[in-house]
Design a protein. Structure first.
Length: 153
């Protein structure tokens, strides 16, 4: 993908992906254990994702990992992990195990959890990586203006 193997992307972002999985599954587990949604909501995969995106905007350039185009797959893999965990939570809710991932305040008013699930596996996999790419690219552009020459890959 853009001249790099998938394993290179995953290796570059493994810490962020691990944190994302831990936060997402902890959020699900606590929710299933009966912790109120208002408390579980403090564990946010979105916060992890956006923090990592800002990091990628800096690190892709300063560590010599690549260019603007290399930020897109990094965002895609993050979103893929996020969506897999969210879909797991929605499937569990459909099966009768209410949890934070199917809570009305996080479902954007979608009446059917099946439609909610469909949104995650379609729009949820397509749109967010481009938003992350745009923000990461802006951060990289700023980084190029203020940072020294990048390291060699």
């Amino acid at each position: 993908m853009f001249g790099k193997r998938i394993s290179e992307y995953l290796d570059f972002q493994k810490v962020a992906l691990i944190i994302l999985v831990v936060v997402g599954l902890l959020r699900l587990a606590l929710s299933l254990a009966g912790v109120p949604t208002s408390k579980v909501a403090f564990l946010s995969m979105n916060v992890v994702t956006w923090a990592a995106t800002i990091y990628y905007g800096i690190a892709v350039y300063t560590k010599g990992f690549g260019t603007y185009k290399h930020i897109l797959p990094l965002g895609f893999f993050q979103i893929l992990v996020q969506q897999v965990i969210a879909v797991l939570g929605i499937v569990l809710a459909i099966a009768g195990y209410d949890n934070v991932y199917a809570a009305p305040e996080f479902s954007f008013g979608v009446a059917s959890q099946w439609n909610h699930l469909l949104a995650h596996v379609t729009v949820g996999l397509i749109v967010p990586p481009f938003l992350l790419w745009a923000v990461g690219s802006l951060v990289m552009w700023i980084t190029k203006k203020v940072a020294r020459t990048p390291a060699t890959a």
